[in-house]
Structures are given as structure tokens and as C-alpha cells.
Design a binder for this molecule. Structure first.
Ligand SMILES: NC(=O)c1ccc[n+]([C@@H]2O[C@H](COP(=O)([O-])OP(=O)(O)OC[C@H]3O[C@@H](n4cnc5c(N)ncnc54)[C@H](O)[C@@H]3O)[C@@H](O)[C@H]2O)c1
Ligand SMILES: O=C(O)C1=N[C@H](C(=O)O)CCC1
Length: 267
């Protein structure tokens, strides 16, 4: 199966080129990045120090839409929406790792699932996917007896906050407790805040240096506290998961899936 990578010159894109090369049964068919980049026309293999692969970095998915069966997109929300429309029009499968999509953008993504198979996850690491299951269990057991805080840390270049993973963790916890995250989320605190409302879910964001990605969900009660933490020290975990999702999508004609489906963890 031929894979196209969009955002191929980025931090994740370059890691994805390596991950596709290492995955049995997949070959790199296309690579795309932003128009105007000085890297357009470069060989994708040379971007990652692997020598020529014969796949040149294109500046428009439509120019290479026939060169891949499935595309993997780790870019920015505006670009991801363009790519969803291109894949929908051409009948291509799509793995999306981009975070920070608005509700309207997510609605269009889900609508595209009527025509093509899409995998959409804020975090493709197996460890985080497992953590989401653990968080569901912890929230159901601990119920409304604890204060819940989500703390995340990422590198200084990250442009969205809180991270998509932190929001996904908050959504799992809120749903397990019968709450709507839109009503109970508190994003940072400052000044005279008053005492904490137990029914809220707090989010704290750190942006510093080269942190790859760290998430802790704290369930704090009287006299004891549980913390579920995931720390990524390499982007390769995200890339391997996304490539695994691309291979898994080959068997699907349409629908919107996530990493729980890919790992067979869906209840
Ligand atoms: N789901 C996950 O597991 C996961 C893991 C890591 C990062 N991410 C997300 O992936 C996204 C990218 O992260 P990154 O660290 O690689 O960022 P990055 O800035 O290093 O890379 C993004 C790439 O997209 C390219 N791009 C921008 N506009 C484009 C366009 N119109 N067409 C084609 N390419 C375009 C940029 O030029 C850049 O090369 C972010 O939203 C991030 O949160 C998700
Ligand atoms: O580096 C990033 O950017 C990451 N983004 C994802 C998120 O927002 O959750 C996953 C972790 C790394």
C-alpha cells in the first residue's frame, strides 16, 4: 500500500517518513508540504537523511493524489480541512493527527466519513490510548469524590493549547462522570478564584524547551491522590501508531475511527 505524508517537512512529517520506511507492506508514495517552502521539490528520503527515495516534496495534495492509497496528515487545521476535501473528492483514505480543530471543522471531518475512511486521534501512541481506558475506569470508580485536574507539557513551538490529548483525556473523564466538558472545564486560574468547585475539570498548560509531550490526570481526594501520567520521550511512538492506523484503514471503506478502534479497545 502506498502512503502519502502531508506536513512531510515538519517534526512529525519527517518522523512519519522514517516510520513508513520501517513498516512492512507500506511504501512512501507521496510527500506534501506548504506552498512556498524552500524544501518543495526536495527528495523526501533526503529530508530524513536516508538518501533518495524518488518521492519529491509537492506543494499541493491534488498534484499527488494518485500517488497514494492513504494519506497521513499532521499539519495545521486549515490545511487539514483542504486535505479532507481533496481525499473525499478522490476517494482516498486519511489518517489525521492534527490537533486544534474547531467544532465546525470536526463536524465537516465527520461528514466526510460518509464517503471515505478516516482515522482521527489527538494522540497515536499506544500508551496514551491505553491511558484513556485507565482514565475511564478511574473516573467511574472515584466518581464525584475527587477533584480532577489535567496537566500537560509540550515543546515551545506548539501552537494550540490545551493539547488535543489533554482535551481528549478531559472528555473521557467528563463522559464517564456524566458531565459535558464544555460546561465543566476550567482553563487555568488567576487572581481571587474562590474555592474550587468539585464538578469542574481543570486544565494547566506548560510550554517549554523541547518537551515531546507529557500528560498527567490527577484525581485528588481527602487523604489520597491518584495520578495517571504518560510521558513521551520520542515522536516515533506517535508516528508508528499513525502508520499502523494507515495500514488498518486499508480494510475500511468509510467511517470515522480513532486509535481505540485500531487497537481493538472499543467497548
Ligand atoms: N495525533 C498525534 O499523535 C500527534 C502527535 C504529534 C503532533 N500532533 C499534531 O500534529 C500537528 C503537527 O505537529 P508538528 O510538531 O509536526 O508541527 P510542525 O510545525 O513541525 O509541522 C507541520 C508541518 O505542516 C506543514 N504545513 C503547514 N501548512 C501546510 C499546508 N497548507 N499544506 C501542507 N503542509 C502544511 C508545515 O510547513 C510543517 O512542515 C500539530 O497539530 C500537532 O499537535 C499530533
Ligand atoms: O507536539 C505536539 O504538538 C503534540 N500534539 C498532540 C496533542 O496536541 O495532544 C500530541 C502530543 C504531541
Amino acid at each position: 500500500m502506498k502512503v502519502g505524508i502531508i506536513g512531510a517537512a515538519g517534526r512529525m512529517g519527517r518522523t512519519l517518513i522514517e516510520a513508513v520506511q520501517a513498516f512492512d507492506g507500506l511504501v512512501l508514495g507521496a510527500a506534501v508540504d506548504v506552498p512556498g517552502s524552500s524544501l518543495i521539490g526536495a527528495d523526501a528520503g533526503e529530508l530524513v537523511g536516508q538518501g533518495k527515495l524518488g518521492v519529491l516534496l509537492a506543494d499541493d495534495i491534488n498534484k499527488v493524489i494518485n500517488d497514494a492509497d492513504v494519506f497521513i496528515d499532521f499539519t495545521i487545521p486549515e490545511a487539514t480541512m483542504v486535505n479532507i476535501r481533496a481525499c473525499r473528492a478522490a476517494g482516498r483514505r486519511l489518517v489525521i493527527g492534527t490537533t486544534g480543530l474547531t467544532d465546525e471543522q470536526k463536524a465537516e471531518l465527520h461528514a466526510a466519513g460518509a464517503d471515505i475512511a478516516i482515522c482521527f486521534a489527538a494522540n497515536y501512541s499506544v500508551g496514551v490510548t491505553l491511558c484513556l481506558k485507565l482514565l475511564d475506569t478511574a473516573a467511574r470508580v472515584l466518581g464525584d469524590e475527587v477533584d480532577i485536574e489535567v496537566i500537560e507539557a509540550h515543546h515551545r513551538h506548539k501552537i494550540d493549547a490545551p493539547s488535543g490529548t489533554a482535551l481528549a483525556m478531559g472528555e473521557v473523564v467528563a463522559s464517564a462522570l456524566g458531565r459535558d466538558l464544555k460546561d465543566c472545564a476550567v482553563y487555568g486560574r488567576e487572581g481571587r478564584t474562590g474555592a474550587r468547585d468539585r464538578k469542574t475539570i481543570g486544565f494547566e498548560t506548560i510550554r517549554a524547551g523541547d518537551i515531546v509531550g507529557e500528560h498527567t490526570v490527577m484525581f485528588a481526594g481527602e487523604g489520597e491522590r491518584i495520578e495517571i501520567t504518560h510521558k513521551a520521550s520520542s515522536r516515533m511512538n506517535f508516528a508508528r501508531g499513525a502508520v499502523r492506523a494507515a495500514a488498518w484503514l486499508a480494510e475500511r471503506e468509510r467511517g470515522v475511527f480513532d486509535m481505540q478502534d485500531v487497537l481493538g479497545l472499543r467497548d
